[in-house]
Design a protein around this ligand. Structure first.
Ligand SMILES: C[S@@+](CC[C@H](N)C(=O)[O-])C[C@H]1O[C@@H](n2cnc3c(N)ncnc32)[C@H](O)[C@@H]1O
Length: 292
């Protein structure tokens, strides 16, 4: 279900120290604050939000919330063998289920098992508990997108167990439920668990919620991925970045864009620096904000 992002606005009457306390500022607010054209509200701290939806439109190779292009891309890129898919910051599971459905629809249930179970991880205990119970909330837009992406086979994957106006509670049926494995954890810690070859790491629409330290930790761990690993981010990660910090950090560790929000790890990150951590830390240190 799409919920609104919540934000706390900080007034310009606070001290400089207080100004720099919130660690994320949408770029336009930051610029207008710097220019003095936005004297009242300058810094916006983004609060954690579980906002998500089925077939969110900012997935690579996706048009009009149709994930078949994304599934085809994965199938062609990893034409054989086990594929290790990690969905960090998975929220209620909408994203992981959307991917699982499109893989099943694209290549059939048996062949799609190579990609399963998708390891879906989120730091929010409540949302993981609920997801692991096999139910999920959604709205009419989600229902339409599920119907479209399943070619009308909604009942194969879900059962509606409750409806209240435009809001629904769905029970996830077996083939789909088994395709996703939910775990609680923070990306900056759980990236150590990423294993095997053929890795796809989804970390979408979550970077603005991370402190600078957690972001640095996560980027450092992403730098350990093998070449050819795929990393997928979301539009929200771009819209709310502090002036180009995330793209710069990704560039430093050799992540290059293949398609919108789809990055590939290539050889440009050479281990020629005596202190790799310091090298990656540079853009974080030069960033004009603190998290404490
Ligand atoms: C806006 S939702 C994104 C959901 C989904 N990835 C999508 O794009 O629709 C952000 C999720 O990030 C989770 N999150 C925030 N910080 C995290 C962290 N450090 N590690 C793992 N998950 C985190 C939140 O609990 C929330 O469920």
């Amino acid at each position: 279900m799409q919920k609104k992002f919540s934000a706390v606005l900080y007034k310009n009457t606070e001290t400089k120290q207080q100004y720099h306390k919130p660690y994320y500022t949408p770029y336009e607010d930051y610029v207008s604050f710097k220019n003095g054209t936005n004297p009242n509200f300058a810094i916006v701290k983004i609060k954690n939000s579980n906002s998500t939806q089925f077939f969110r439109e900012d997935m690579p190779y996706t048009k009009d919330s149709d994930y078949s292009g994304f599934a085809r891309f994965l199938n062609e890129r990893f034409s054989e063998g086990k594929v290790n898919v990690y969905d960090f910051a998975c929220s209620d599971g909408s994203e992981a289920y959307s991917i699982a459905i499109s893989l099943i629809e694209e290549m059939g249930e048996e062949e799609a098992q190579r990609f399963f179970p998708i390891q879906a991880i989120d730091k929010d205990k409540q949302i993981i508990k609920k997801a692991a119970s096999g139910t999920i909330e959604c709205d009419t837009v989600d229902i339409e997108n599920i119907t479209k992406n399943t070619h009308g086979k909604f009942d194969k994957y879900f059962e509606i167990i409750e409806q209240n106006g435009e809001n629904y509670v769905l029970k996830v049926k077996e083939p789909l439920k088994n395709a996703v494995n939910f775990k609680m954890g923070k990306i900056e810690d759980r990236l150590d668990d990423v294993e095997g070859s053929n890795k796809v790491v989804l970390c979408r629409n979550m970077w603005p919620y991370l402190s600078k330290e957690s972001m640095f930790k996560a980027v450092l761990k992403l730098s350990n991925l093998d070449n050819d690993s795929l990393v997928v981010i979301g539009n929200f990660d771009r819209d709310h970045e502090m002036p180009s910090l995330l793209p710069r950090a990704f560039q430093l560790i050799g992540l290059k864009e293949l398609d919108n929000n789809m990055l590939i790890k290539d050889e440009s990150f050479e281990r020629r620096f005596s202190n790799r951590n310091d090298y990656i830390m540079t853009p974080f240190n030069s960033c004009n904000y603190t998290s404490n």
